[in-house]
Design a protein around this ligand. Structure first.
Ligand code: NAP
Ligand code: MG
Length: 477
């Protein structure tokens, strides 16, 4: 497949390409251009020109209409995009279908929002009229990860486009095909050239060149803490704003009065879905000691039903994305054993998966306390560790005993406790008696602590991806 720069499908200027490997069997099935600094330069230039050209001239209504049309076009090509996503990432086909539906919804939601962000008038001195108007930031850079390529594209690109920015996207080398195809569809329905540019390539080449480019005005990044630091440094040099979404180590807190029937499937799904490669995975489980043993028996029963297989088998989860993730997850499972954690249950890898695929066994541990690195490190795999607690205060303290702060969940029927614990948890989102349900495009999302800063999703993203201008008008004589 090719990159998209200035409305055209293009190869890398350097002529090099990268192989795309399937996580299902580890084999190459496609190539993508290996874009570098020169390609990023072209893309940023095209975006800049779009702002002062056809894209910049559109009204908010017209931008929104194009975006809604793109949402429709994505739905018309839904199955093709879902198959591509599964091939690229190894996701079970029903997961990819849900992701492509979410991609369409991002363009519909933010397309509908484009003409609904209003400015303000501000009371000031006599003989003054003051307006606060909202303006695009300019050229926005979007560096997105491989775990939800299509959804991350929608989440990052759609609010930026709605506010009239022109975008340059660097999707992950490991999974970018659905992003390329969606951007092609955008060209087909008439997005002006340069409004949406996609540069494929390696992080330390194309990604670094984009984040350091002197003519970008904003960076949206989702990925690892290590790269997040580099992004923030690059943003500092050019004095541009960035949003960082750097993952998490989210905890469920289950009290003795919890609705166990409801909690158990949500807890299992919350860590196994997408093979645990979800920033908001509920990877820590804190259970009140009075119910711990019984709860673990029932949880083990549900957890042991999880099965990993190829996309067309459409089981609980697929393989992990690449060899690095495969080694990483297996390393942590070994480390858990070495740390003396008890394996309470494991899922299975389905018979007949191809040799060379990156399939890992979903694993449920229990730990006597919160000291193992399995409770502090983001594993990014289907690995859950349960720890008992005694009091509400201890539960909240344990949930906060991590450098991350992305999401949390509290399971209790006690209304006062629901509110106290939700307020006490250091996280950007807290669920009460549910977890990560329904995608939540409408719901502001982002982290505290080392999970990053800035907010995406919801209407708040339209504010993040725009700036204000205060116009002070003296109208006295
Ligand atoms: P990563 O390196 O942070 O990759 C995220 C994105 O940043 C990719 O597009 C990547 O490009 C790009 N990138 C890499 N180096 C860069 C640089 N120097 N400058 C600019 N961009 C750069 O993450 P990863 O190595 O794929 O995954 C490692 C770990 O990160 C995972 O195990 C997980 O713990 C965490 N992670 C978190 C999330 C999340 O949703 N918060 C998502 C993915 C990973 P290339 O991939 O093409 O090199
Ligand atoms: Mg990397």
């Amino acid at each position: 497949m090719q990159m998209i720069i200035d409305g055209k499908n293009t190869d890398a200027i350097g002529g090099q390409s990268l192989q795309v490997l399937s996580p299902n069997d580890g084999k190459a099935f496609e190539t993508i251009p290996r874009g570098r600094k020169a390609d990023v330069d072209l893309a940023v230039k095209a975006a800049r020109q779009a702002l002062s050209g056809a894209w910049g001239e559109l009204t908010a209504l017209e931008r929104g209409r194009l975006m809604i049309q793109l949402g429709q076009k994505i739905l018309e090509n839904h199955e093709e995009l879902a198959q591509l996503e599964s091939r690229d990432t190894g996701k079970p086909i029903s997961t990819s279908r849900a992701d492509i539906s979410a991609l369409a919804r991002y363009f519909e939601f933010y397309g509908g929002g484009a003409d609904k962000v209003h400015g303000q008038t501000i009371p000031f001195l006599n003989d003054y009229a003051v307006q606060l108007v909202r303006e695009p930031l300019g050229v926005t850079a979007h560096i997105i990860p491989w775990n939800y390529p299509a959804q991350m594209f929608g989440r990052s690109a759609a609010p930026a486009l709605a506010m009239g920015n022109a975008i340059v996207v660097k999707p992950a080398e490991d999974a970018c095909l659905s992003v390329l195809r969606a951007a092609e569809l955008a060209q087909e329905i008439g997005f002006p050239p340069g409004a949406i540019n996609i540069v494929t390539g390696l992080g330390h080449e194309a990604g670094a060149a984009l984040s350091q480019h002197p003519d970008i005005n904003f960076i949206s990044f989702t990925g690892s803490n290590e790269v997040g630091v580099l992004i923030q440094q690059a943003a500092a040099v050019n004095a541009v704003k960035c949003t960082l979404e750097l993952g998490g180590k989210s905890a469920h807190i289950v009290f003795e009065d919890a609705n166990v029937e409801r909690a158990i499937p949500a807890i299992v799904k919350g860590v196994v879905y997408n093979t645990g490669q979800t920033c908001t995975a509920g990877s820590r489980l804190l259970v009140q000691r009075s119910i711990f043993d019984d709860f673990m028996v029932r949880l083990a029963e549900e957890f042991s039903k999880t099965r990993a297989g190829t996309p067309d088998m459409d089981l609980t989860c697929g393989p992990v994305v690449n060899k690095d993730q495969f080694d990483r997850v297996n390393h942590y499972v070994d480390q858990g054993r070495k740390d003396g954690l008890k394996i309470v249950a494991q899922g299975t890898i389905a018979d007949g998966v191809p040799a060379g695929g990156y399939f890992v066994t979903p694993t449920l541990f229990s730990a006597p306390d919160h000291s193992s690195c399995l409770l502090s490190d983001e594993i990014f795999g289907p690995v859950l560790v349960a720890v008992p607690f005694d009091t509400e205060a201890e539960a909240v303290a344990l949930s906060n005993a991590t450098s991350y702060g992305l999401m949390g969940a509290v399971w209790t029927e006690n209304g006062g406790r629901q509110q106290r614990v939700a307020k006490g948890m250091q996280a950007g989102q807290v669920y009460i008696n549910s977890f990560g349900a329904g995608g939540g495009i409408e719901l502001p999302f982002g982290g505290v602590k080392r999970s990053g800063h800035g907010r995406e999703k919801g209407f708040i993203a339209l504010e993040e991806m725009s700036t204000t201008k205060t116009i002070i008008n003296f109208h006295g004589e």
